[in-house]
Ligand binder design. Sequence first.
Ligand SMILES: Nc1ncnc2c1ncn2[C@@H]1O[C@H](COP(=O)(O)OP(=O)(O)OP(=O)(O)O)[C@@H](O)[C@H]1O
Length: 860
Amino acid sequence: MTHEDHVLRAQIEGEQRHLRTLYERLDALRGATAGRLAAASRENGGTPQARSERDAAVARHAERLARLEAADDGLCFGRLDLRDGGRRYIGRVGLRAEDDEGDPLLIDWRAPAARPFYVATALAPEGVRRRRHIVTRGRRVVDLDDEILTRPQPPGRAEHGSAVNGPVDGTPSADSPPPATAAEDRFTGQGEHIPLVGGAALLAAVSAERTGRMHDIVATLQAEQDAVIRSGHRGVLVVQGGPGTGKTAVALHRAAYLLYTQPRLAAGGVLVVGPSAAFLTYIGRVLPGLGETGALLSTVAGLYPGVEADRGESLAAAEVKGRAEMAAMVAAAVREHRTPPVGGITVEAAGERLLLDGPACRRAAGRAARTGLPYNRARQVFAREVIADLARRLAGAARDLADRLEADIADVLAESGVREAIRADLAAMDGVFDRTGDQGGPGDLLGAADVPALERELRHDSGVRAAIEALWPALTPQRLLEGLYADPSRLERAAPGLTPAERALLVRAPGGGWSPADVPLLDEAAELLGEDDQAARARESREHARRVAYAQGVLDIAAASRGGGGAPYAGDGPSGPGGADPLGGTGDVLTAADLIDARALAERHHSSSPATVAERARADRTWAFGHVIVDEAQELSPMAWRMLMRRCPGRSMTVVGDLAQTGDPAGASSWEQVLGPHVGDRFRLVRLSVNYRTPAEIMTAAADLLAAISPGTPPARSVRRTGVRPWRVRTTAAALPTVLAELAAAETAAGGGRLAVIVPQARASELGAAVAEVVPDVSFGPHPDLTRPAVVLGVRQAKGLEFDAVLVADPARIVAASPRGRNDLYVALTRATRRLGVLHAGPPPPEIARTITERRTVPE
Ligand SMILES: Nc1ncnc2c1ncn2[C@@H]1O[C@H](COP(=O)(O)OP(=O)(O)OP(=O)(O)O)[C@@H](O)[C@H]1O
């Protein structure tokens, strides 16, 4: 054993001792927190305030416990030795000694004191002398990697050598970071350097076999990533970066950072938007692993409660639905529903036929519209106006009738000579009829005081309800859109700016569910329509009455069980019939009924299952999030942006994406274009420039394609080479499925990690089935299991994911399938961490013909 080995072993033993102390403290804190949680859950405070305090305490302890549990794996990963002799350990949570004296035992990675661990360089050491990465397995220290932050030295003089290869492709951008330190220089190569920290730990992380689930990167975050995560920018922060630059990782760590540093955000929660359900599963463990539960992960299509947007539709239809002018279409469709008929309408009410004429309809509609309320709430105003009008008409009609009757009687009396006798009879009836009406005349049978009663009656009259429904129908977003899509003439009126062919793409019969592109339109409609909260209020009051009745029943049973005698459960308490109280004593036992009345019990029952912020947010379309993070943001259509902005009125957003990867025809070509309508130019743009996923060989293979898609954009610089060059194999169209299956089988048999076969979206089922014939453990379909050794994915499904090896099939079809087909191919080529192969029928797309070498034989 060399001297260095002895030194390293001694150092590891020292770290192991400290780690033991940390875990003892963690275990003690976990035990204490679990105890507090159990005690708080048992609390029985009767007043509403006591209950809400108890619920808050339960939530607080549960959250703390989740953080402590999550910290177990990789509790401590770093140490800083400071120039002033101080020392800081960096880890997943902050820990203090039991007596709370002295320096913290462990500093949370998000705390300001941890920042130098990620950003200190020899040129800007931030008071750091040595940065140590501590590599652990379970609760054991297995390796250490030190960087001494001294003055820059010639390349190759790092303390610990690292096998990370130099960056290779691309040119340094104008905003390249400052020169490298001694330790950083091991990443340099081909005349440029990438200033990176934690060489060995980083190399291990980026080269590790993929598991089908994303992991956090707290131990190896790099300075440019750290700057994004800790950015204090309060508005919209846009993070643009090429494939594998850690945008997703950074976005998730920023969510964890914000939830930790801004507790006020936790109340509104953080929304993380991703491109697909598979992607959300892929990233789903990162935030819980960092101890954060306050984030809701969703696709845009999943953000409309109660709608499962799984209907397929053409890219062309989705593109039209994503355009900003669809907002005007929806608004026009809503307006059309409240345009009253010119000639008015005849209403059968209270046994009368009344004409609600055109001016009256327009008057009522005008008053309702002027309130500025959403459609369904303005409808309530309209209905009130119409009913008031009808009541006045009915009262007037009754008065007219009475007047006519009186006149007729007067005529008869004048001629018949019995006038005096009848007048006497009428006078006698004075005391019987109410004659307090505003006219005050003897024939005034219905006065102003009767009108409210009439209105009440009319409100429930089926004829009146039918008339209001005809004039201003109650609408749900679903009903509105179905009606619009089903009626070409209505579509033409609502969207005159579309061509007939574009409108034809929208036409469809009602029913059959919703597509992802429909969701922002439904949301737009919901915003304009508003909820008819009368129905919701009635529902809530019925529900409340039900809860009180249920609680009363519970209390009745409790009282009966206590009363003995004839009560059905007499003496049958928790300790069994006639049994003793397990805590001793047989005296009076307080029951629930002594402590609480039915109403209070009902409230308690209602709030006794507190949902997490994320769960409540998911169920509420109008939820306002404290912060919204959008991943693969280039894919969002203008309509989707409108929807997201409504969810984030504070405009506190982190938007990460890569314009060169935009695959959705409705997606973005520039950040100014998509964000301008919402925040003008008030957003900050930062760039990530280093690719941690894709080795240099693969980035070179994709270089011509990137140049064609986005001329002048420098490729992200890869942190490593693998020495494995991408290849392509040519076959015939007929043989492609069979050859693909053989290649997939050979790749999985080689056992080099997880394989993704990425195919044209339209061929996903066909080629998935072909591969499944020879690779039984393959997963494919709408919900692929990414943890399997092999998956077959349509190119859209592959967005944001990564695999050890990738086979791309039929690239020409991928390119031809969409106006942004080349971007799709670029995404497919940049998913692999190690090996890339391409199978094509006929000539390959020109953008890869030069950069990927053809093989004559199927590779071993
Ligand atoms: N600092 C880091 N340390 C270790 N691994 C990292 C680091 N940064 C990124 N990675 C890893 O690099 C891979 C790519 O990261 P990520 O998926 O976040 O990139 P991306 O920019 O979102 O990629 P794409 O746009 O191509 O989907 C992931 O495996 C991630 O864990």
